[in-house]
Ligand binder design. Structure first.
Ligand code: FE2
Ligand code: FE2
Length: 142
């Protein structure tokens, strides 16, 4: 499922990775809907968690490079999700129906809300920094 336009941050790599995240999320969901078994659910979720880590790391690198003023609170949000995933995996080690539902709802809500809030704000900031950098580069060329 394609993420709607309102989820676009305008930063190419960020939008690309958010779409990837949603695609991986749907793989996890599909494992449940198609009753592919707990194993498929488990490793789809593990793969999503790995990609989440990779994505968070890249966003955080950009926050550091550009001295993003809201770095601390944004990183805290990221840590919160990683912790939540860990807790849910521990709480439902066998991925029974209720556990799968709980995990899916939590992930879906968190990811979408985070993109619309914190990530769009970060994206806007990255774009403005890059614009400034371009202006400086243009000036020095003349
Ligand atoms: Fe993000
Ligand atoms: Fe983020």
């Amino acid at each position: 499922m394609a993420l709607g336009e309102k989820y676009n941050t305008g930063v190419v790599w960020q939008d690309f990775q958010h779409q990837q995240l949603m695609d991986l999320f749907f793989k996890v969901k599909e494992a449940k809907v198609k009753k592919s078994g707990n194993e498929v659910f488990r490793y789809s979720l593990a793969f999503l968690a790995m990609y989440v880590n990779h994505h968070f790391k890249l966003e955080e690198e950009y926050m550091d490079i550009y001295y993003y003023p809201e770095t601390e609170s944004h990183k805290k949000e990221h840590k919160g999700l990683v912790k939540k995933i860990k807790e849910l995996r521990k709480k439902y080690p066998n991925y029974e129906e209720k556990g799968m539902d709980n995990i899916l709802i939590t992930l879906n809500d968190w990811i979408l809300k985070h993109i619309l809030g914190d990530d769009k704000k970060l994206g806007e900031y990255i774009l403005s920094c890059e614009q400034k950098n371009r202006a400086i580069a243009d000036e020095t060329r003349h």
